[in-house]
Write a protein that binds this ligand. Structure first.
Ligand code: AMP
Length: 206
């Protein structure tokens, strides 16, 4: 099964994808994580990627399309978290033959509250929330033991820009998959356990 997980910033894409990875063995391909790894490199492309992420904008389509295609080559069971985020990206991966697109729908004012408590680990893509999804040991990732930090692009100005891009660039992608009749929409409000149960139901995994 080849799955796409989409939703506005803070909708819980990462958390839901981690759970699907753990329970069902999907290869979890996070576009944001691939790009954050790229942004750590001291190369022209690395520095450019870092600037783009910190501004909340989209990196060039061809860059992320190539990274995703290289990562999923010859794989049959994976989920793409946060990709495609623009129509051009969606059209560029027609050949991957995606089975289902999960759209985590949530109101903007609700997710803005979530950002205040969001933490991610330094090593991987594991996400936490101070109140709703705390780690077992404060400040430390349960999975890989690395330090938890706040993301540099989780600040009000950049969050606003990321939302703007979601509306202008990513909403057309959602309509694109709706027309193809592979879109599964789920209510992303509430605690992670509740959202995850809804996700499994809508994807026919329970
Ligand atoms: P995320 O971790 O999914 O919130 O992504 C973090 C940042 O990485 C985004 O705000 C963009 O700057 C960049 N990014 C992630 N996915 C994509 C994509 N599909 N296309 C272009 N840029 C992306």
């Amino acid at each position: 099964m080849k799955l796409i997980v989409l939703g506005p910033p803070g909708s819980g894409k990462g958390t839901i994808s981690e759970r699907l990875e753990k329970e069902f063995g999907f290869l979890h391909v996070s576009a944001g994580e691939l790009l954050r790894t790229e942004a750590k490199k001291n190369t022209a492309q690395g520095r450019e990627t870092k600037k783009t992420i910190e501004a909340g904008k989209l990196v060039p389509h061809q860059l992320i399309v190539n990274m995703i295609k290289a990562t999923v080559k010859n794989k049959k069971k994976y989920l793409l978290d946060g990709f495609p985020r623009a129509l051009e990206q969606a059209q560029a991966i027609e050949d991957l033959k995606i089975d289902s697109v999960l759209y985590i729908q949530i109101q903007q004012d609700l997710v803005i509250q979530r950002f205040a408590g969001r933490l991610v680990c330094l090593e991987g893509h594991h996400s936490y929330h101070i109140k709703h999804l705390p780690p077992k040991k404060a400040g430390i990732c349960d999975i890989d033991g690395s330090q938890l930090i706040q993301r540099a692009d989780d600040n009000p100005t950049v969050i606003k820009e990321r939302f703007k891009i979601f509306h202008t660039e990513t909403e057309p992608v959602i309509n694109y998959y709706r027309k193809k009749q592979i879109l599964k929409t789920v209510d992303g409000s509430g605690l992670p356990d509740a959202v995850y149960e809804r996700v499994k139901r809508v994807l026919g995994l329970k």
